[in-house]
Design a binder for this molecule. Structure first.
Ligand code: GTB
Length: 216
């Protein structure tokens, strides 16, 4: 059964790999599953055909036979449950890896997203710099806590898992801010994940989309 995912036809990050299709590409690379990509424009994302796949008109989506999914975390969890390689077989360790997936999107990602909104969409407001300081404080609190938990381990809980995959992709979005580099263990954690060949293949695949569309 061919797996088809959707991704930006023209990613606003210009191939930096920050859009959420990269999590899905990376998960598929980790478990060794081939996939096709349907590129969608911002206009097409809001049209009925795409809204049937994602009611919020966003990427990524995932199709596999009769199954259609949206939400990057749910898609990565589905891949991790369906194919070996991203979740431990021990039930307790598996539950903890899934908890890290939820922590990435539910606890660590929200202030990182707020920062992007404050900079990109509200950057011209009189209160932006005050708001950014408050958000950065919240981000630093989370990174401090995460870095304490990681300690000098390679991964969050034993072997590399879908929890690390999701957490690293969330942290990557912080890189342009310079805040991640304040936490040497987290920077090393992200670099370790980026060095994984499956991540490199996923990154290269999304960059190839940018390179091919930017020549037009
Ligand atoms: N919670 C959903 C999920 O995890 O799947 C969120 C999906 C989402 O935000 N999708 C974005 C989207 O489709 C793309 S990834 N946006 C179009 C729209 O809402 O109309 C978010 C994203 C966009 C751009 C950058 N960037 O340029 O750096 C990074 C991440």
């Amino acid at each position: 059964m061919t797996i088809i995912i959707t991704a930006f036809e023209s990613s606003p990050d210009k191939g930096q790999g920050l859009a959420r299709d990269v999590r899905v590409r990376w998960a598929l690379e980790e478990v060794g599953q081939p996939y096709d990509v349907r590129l969608v424009s911002f206009k097409a994302m809001k049209e009925p055909a795409h809204l049937a796949l994602n009611p919020f008109g966003q990427i990524p989506t995932y199709e596999e036979g009769n199954l259609a999914l949206f939400e990057s975390g749910a898609i990565v969890l589905h891949i991790a449950e369906r194919y070996a390689g991203l979740l431990p077989s021990d039930a307790a360790a598996r539950a903890r890896a899934i908890a890290w997936m939820f922590a990435s999107v539910g606890t660590v990602e929200p202030p990182i997203l707020e920062r992007q909104v404050a900079k990109l969409l509200e950057g011209d407001r009189s209160w932006t710099s005050q708001r950014l300081s408050l958000i950065d404080e919240r981000i630093r609190t989370r990174l401090g806590e995460l870095s304490t938990r990681l300690g000098d381990a390679d991964w969050l809980d034993g072997a590399f898992s879908a929890g690390d995959l999701m957490m690293v992709h969330v942290l990557l979005r912080l890189r342009p801010s310079g805040i991640l580099e304040e936490y040497s263990s987290l920077s090393a954690y992200v670099a370790r994940a980026e060095a994984r060949p499956p991540y490199q293949r996923a990154f290269a695949a999304q960059l190839a989309v940018f390179n091919s569309t930017s020549k037009d």
